[in-house]
Design a protein around this ligand. Structure first.
Ligand code: ADP
Length: 164
């Protein structure tokens, strides 16, 4: 049974990410969630916060993954370090395709033994992103259909403090 890693920013984890984890788990028993430490990207949450939320959210949903890890540098190096044969990514409405295609071909160039595997999101999450969740919460909206309660609480803590 091949082993996989599902990498991403998870800033923060949403029901869209969780949907992909559930789909990937049907094919990959051994699935690691990898939270990227990318100082070039403007993140709301720290690496530790993103990791903690992902862990808690998956636990609360009753979804078992092998491990939630964080990594920096090249994804392909991380995948090799953890003996992964596959990289899992999610696809939403067509906006993801070009970027994902480029990344998959680049990763294949770097290591042709590791395959990128894509899962289509559920229709209801096809326009959902971490950015949308942050935006809605920042403006005081309800995000309970988009992200788990632990995420909502964390965002309330951040934006509540900001607004107060
Ligand atoms: P990155 O910065 O690496 O794109 P993200 O956390 O935004 O990190 O996304 C990680 C992966 O999850 C990507 O493959 C992305 O397409 C996928 N993803 C994000 N949101 C959703 C969603 N609502 N439905 C399906 N896949 C999603």
């Amino acid at each position: 049974m091949p082993k996989a890693i599902y990498p991403g920013s998870f800033d923060p984890i949403t029901y869209g990410h969780i949907d992909i984890v559930q789909r990937a788990k049907k094919l990959f028993d051994d699935l690691i969630v990898g939270i990227v430490d990318n100082p070039q990207k403007d993140m709301l949450l720290s690496l530790e916060e993103r990791k903690k939320l992902a862990k808690q959210a998956l636990e609360n949903e009753g979804i078992q993954v092998t491990k939630v890890i964080s990594y920096s540098g090249l994804l392909i190096e991380c995948a090799k370090e953890y003996n992964r044969e596959a990289i899992v990514r999610g696809l939403r409405a067509n906006s993801d395709f070009e970027y994902e295609f480029q990344m998959a071909l680049t990763n294949r160039d770097l290591d042709s033994d590791i395959e990128s595997v894509f899962f289509m999101t559920a229709g209801e999450y096809s326009f959902l992103s971490s950015s949308i969740v942050k935006e809605v919460k920042k403006l005081g909206g309800d995000v309970s259909n988009f992200a788990p309660p632990v995420v909502e609480e964390k965002l309330e803590e951040i934006f509540g403090l900001e607004n107060g």
